[in-house]
Design a binder for this molecule. Structure first.
Ligand SMILES: Cc1ncc(COP(=O)(O)O)c(C=O)c1O
Length: 390
């Protein structure tokens, strides 16, 4: 008899099997389904990055285990340090304070494995990125949800956490610009995080893969730019979203050298590093493809404006948040997240993500991703325009 480990049983199953089944059946019936649920850029990776990868792949020296430098190629880490200096005026030491990762998602897991013992508590926001909860469970630790609400700009209120919970807490995840709400944080909030973490001996992981996607004059922000941040935590970032490289799997952790060394120990004992040509390609992106970020910002701005206008015309009353390539939109009064998601699908063949996919405090909202071709997004907005909010 095969016996599966208990830890896997704790990871919640995909909660919308019914919806998934409906989408599959509709596709089989030939319905032209438009998926606004997934956050994965459709535009290609910049050509120079692809060329660099191809060139490096021909060099046999790159075919061997990339083990010489266990935290990733030093030249990659130097490029990351330079990018942070240029974009955020943040100084990080490439030797001790940066670790190359297979995307920021890997960092979430290694951070918890490195910092938390079984039974200890990890704070995370609700709604929040589901991988946090999964990595907490995989480490045998306990998630504690901090609800975030529009009236607090979707920032958690640490004063509401019971003292007994704080006592058992060893780590926390925060993520701004925030998936799914799109909310951005301020330096003041990050300073509060540092103060709270210092006082209570909590390791902080600020997950920042949407750092470049801010709108309406909002400024991009790194957690490491506030004083004391490096004493308590790290930041994760990624090439996935700014350079349309989700499939390449490359990202980075930066900050506290002890946390970085501990995560590196987990990583060395889990995989054998990132294919060097991918690291060379990432260097190319970081050093030369700022224009791709500007291009994507323009594309998302137009799509964002279109979705905001369409929902307002349907009667939705909401104040869009200023970050990420998602829109967090309230559902009509009297409907649930899932009910509205089903309505959009049944009436228009448009798939969105119900807010409750990100936790119970996501009730009352849907998330729309702007990572679809312009024409498909226009078609989706055209199909749903007869739906009314009340
Ligand atoms: C908040 C958040 N963190 C991390 C990730 C993972 O990104 P990466 O491709 O860098 O692993 C995502 C992807 O959607 C995300 O939304």
């Amino acid at each position: 008899m095969i016996r599966v480990a208990e830890r896997l049983k704790k990871i919640p199953p995909y909660p919308f099997m019914e919806l998934r089944k409906k989408v599959k059946e509709a596709k089989e019936r030939g319905v032209d389904v438009i998926n606004l649920g997934v956050g994965d850029p459709v535009e290609p990776t910049p050509q120079s990055v692809i060329d660099e990868m191809c060139k490096r792949a021909y060099d046999p020296a790159n075919h061997r285990y990339p083990l010489d430098e266990e935290k990733g190629m030093l030249s990659f880490r130097k490029a990351v340090a330079e990018w942070y200096r240029k974009n955020y005026a943040v100084e990080v030491n490439p030797s001790q304070e940066i670790l190359a990762l297979i995307g920021s998602k890997e960092g979430c897991h290694h951070f918890i494995m490195a910092m938390v013992n079984p039974g200890e508590i990890v704070l995370m926001t609700d709604p929040g990125y589901p991988a946090y909860r999964a990595s907490i469970y995989l480490a045998g630790a306990k998630p504690y949800s901090l609800p975030i609400f529009e009236e607090n700009h979707y920032l958690p209120d640490f004063s509401k956490i019971p003292p007994l919970v704080i006592k058992q807490t060893r780590a926390m995840f925060i993520n701004y610009p925030n998936n799914p709400t799109g909310a951005c944080a301020s330096k003041e909030f990050f300073s509060k995080v540092v103060e709270f973490a210092k006082k209570n001996n909590i390791a902080v992981c600020h997950d920042n893969p949407y750092s470049e996607f801010v709108f309406e004059g909002e400024k991009r922000l790194s957690f490491l730019s506030v004083s004391g941040a490096k004493e308590v935590g790290i930041e994760l970032n990624s090439l996935s979203k700014p350079y349309n490289m989700t499939g390449w799997r490359i990202g980075m952790a930066l900050g506290n050298s002890q946390i970085i060394a501990s995560m590196s120990k987990v990583k060395e004992n889990t995989d054998s590093g990132i294919f060097n040509p991918i690291q060379y390609a990432a260097i190319k992106a970081l050093k030369t493809e700022e224009s791709n970020i500007r291009k994507m910002l323009q594309i998302y701005t137009l799509r964002r404006n279109l979705v905001i206008k369409s929902f307002r015309e349907m009667g939705a009353n909401f104040k869009p948040q200023k970050g990420t390539f998602y829109l967090w939109i309230p559902v009509p009064k009297g409907m649930s997240s899932l009910g509205f998601t089903n309505l959009l699908f049944d009436k228009a063949g448009v798939v969105v993500t119900p807010g409750t996919a990100y936790g119970k405090y996501g009730e009352g909202f849907i998330r729309i991703s702007l990572t679809v071709p312009d024409e498909r997004l226009k078609e989706a907005m055209h199909r749903i325009k007869e739906i009314r909010y009340g």
